[in-house]
Write a new protein. Structure first.
Length: 274
């Protein structure tokens, strides 16, 4: 059973979204809202019109109480005893996450990873349109990736003024990451997603998110390691010949922690690599 109230009759989704709550939302909640949005998109594709808090919580991998608390930041939603309107809740979350009008994205670094990201059609379906790709390799400049021509990074500053991107994605080698970041900041880009593990130095007004694939795989390795051994009481000696069990409660708790959206964040929004 949900704890929200029915949307007033005759009020459009656009009108509701224009009155999105202004209070601050915790970073961990924002992360989970993105997860709920992904689940709602799948439900919409499957033709589901109404979803209960329990169903949505299970699909998102969180507790129903936490889900209801997260959604309370969005204002009144749903019908008590019935559930959430999938389309309306999806639209409300999109508005709160700033996705209603879409985003223009540029990518710097047309290597293997950059090409894969630029060619991924899922971004456009979620409101992110690739408008510019940049590289310094003469053999790459002029090629077309996902329908977008690769430009010379030397013209990045003028291109930013022309393309007016809201987000820049950086997929260059680690030694070049800071220099590229500096050029993006100088050109006026305020939001940067970096696939380099290098901690980028940016002004407080610039938001940077780091995606370290090696760290993510290390966290998965930790989850595999902990799930293959049961957590045992203190003081119990385990024989080297004694078989281990899978699926212990401790392993589950550790796996939850490894993938938790409550991971610490730096002041500029970057995930701290533990």
């Amino acid at each position: 059973m949900t704890e929200q109230h029915e949307t007033p009759e005759g009020v459009s989704g656009r009108a509701l979204r224009s009155n999105a709550p202004s209070r601050d939302i915790p970073q961990a909640t924002v992360t989970r809202l993105a997860t709920y949005l992904r689940v709602l998109a799948v439900l919409a594709d499957e033709g589901v019109l109404i979803v209960s808090s329990e169903e949505l919580a299970v699909a998102a991998g969180v507790g129903s109480a936490k889900l209801r608390k997260d959604l309370s930041f969005l204002g009144p939603n749903g019908v008590r005893g019935v559930g959430y309107d999938v389309a309306k809740l999806r639209a409300r979350i999109e508005d709160v996450l700033g996705l209603s009008e879409g985003h223009r994205v540029i990518l710097v670094g047309a290597g293997n990873l950059g090409r894969a990201l630029a060619g991924y059609g899922g971004f456009r379906r979620r409101g992110f349109t690739m408008v510019g790709i940049f590289d310094r390799d003469p053999q790459v400049i002029g090629a077309t990736i996902g329908g977008v021509p690769v430009r010379d990074v030397a013209g990045l500053h003028d291109a930013v003024a022309e393309l007016e991107p809201t987000i820049a994605v950086v997929t260059v080698p680690d030694p070049a990451a800071q220099a590229v970041c500096d050029r993006l900041v100088a050109a006026g880009v305020q939001c940067i997603l970096s696939f380099s593990p290098v901690a980028l130095d940016v002004p407080p007004s610039v938001e940077v998110r780091r995606v370290d694939l090696a760290v993510e795989m290390q966290m998965l390795s930790f989850a595999i390691h902990t799930s293959s051994s049961a957590i045992r009481p203190a003081g119990v000696v385990v024989s080297a010949m004694e078989p281990t069990s899978r699926g212990g409660s401790g392993g589950g708790a550790l796996r939850k922690h490894a993938g938790s959206s409550d991971a610490p964040h730096m002041s500029n929004g970057s995930v701290v690599a533990q």
